[in-house]
Design a protein around this ligand. Sequence first.
Ligand SMILES: *Cc1c(COP(=O)(O)O)cnc(C)c1O
Length: 330
Amino acid sequence: MTPELIFPARKPLAQIPTRLQSLNLTDAPHDKRLWIKRDDLTGAALSGNKIRKLEYVLAQALAEGADTLVTCGGFQSNHCRATALTAAAHGLGCELILRGEKPDNLDGNLLLGAMAGADYRCYRAPDYHRNLPLLLRQTAERLKAQGKNPFVIPTGASDEIGLWGYIQAAQELAQDFVALGIERPLVVCAVGSGGTLAGLAAGLAHFCPDARVLGVAVCDNQSYFEQRVQEDIAKAQQVYPQSGLQMPTNYRVNDEFIGPGYAKGYPALYKTIQQLAREAGVILDPVYTGKAFYGLAELMRRGAIAQRDIVFIHTGGIFGVFPEREALQP
Ligand SMILES: *Cc1c(COP(=O)(O)O)cnc(C)c1O
């Protein structure tokens, strides 16, 4: 018997457990079984992987008496959209710090976030990268001066709190594996800020020790993310010393499929997204899940994956499709 993990407080937001389904593609190798964990179905507007993390983050924010959520991300950030909708649903304010130039017409995630009443400010990429910690601090201080109680959520809600959402997802997966007869699986996810990978790795190390995890990076490189996971777990062990959380060694990161850069596409990526839509009725997104799935398919073609059972975590992102409408015309 594995000792119990003790989870922090959680505020239910997500439609979970999500289904684990088999995925049949015309060009998949015959000696593999492909599965897809439908975390794109954790909700409608409030969908994807960020809401699993926000369940734990929101519980902490409410425990601290917060009345405004402050967070940051790219222009079409799924995380900012999910945070804005979560705030609106709980009567909280929301302020977003966004990387990019403000467009004339709002679209995709930003449209939904703005509809939910989030205030947002846009910064050019170099300024954003140089000043992000300062911008977050200044926003929090401005809100405090207005008599508010802000709670700052880091990029992607990837910290020692948010990663519990994917430790819980790993517990769900372990039950799915038993129910479906899945053994020694390779679990694959996109990696953008690292919290999903950190939670899956730590959670599977606990609940399914013979699983391995492969993170496909969509921005920073392999060594950055492998170290980032160690740091986030170490922080969680420090903040939750009674939790029973162990440092995982069951994961690695591949950074070969980023292409021209974060949120920048390439033809093979768009072809992969179109293939899954057509053959499986599954919509991948161009920033995260499309690159991760393309990377997985390419590694299978190269014969670089030993496992028979391969479990792809669909982390959502559907609203990122619309701003890329030109590249995705069938
Ligand atoms: C944020 C995001 C990811 C990456 O998750 P991280 O925990 O930030 O690494 C993957 N897929 C989608 C759709 C996302 O929005």
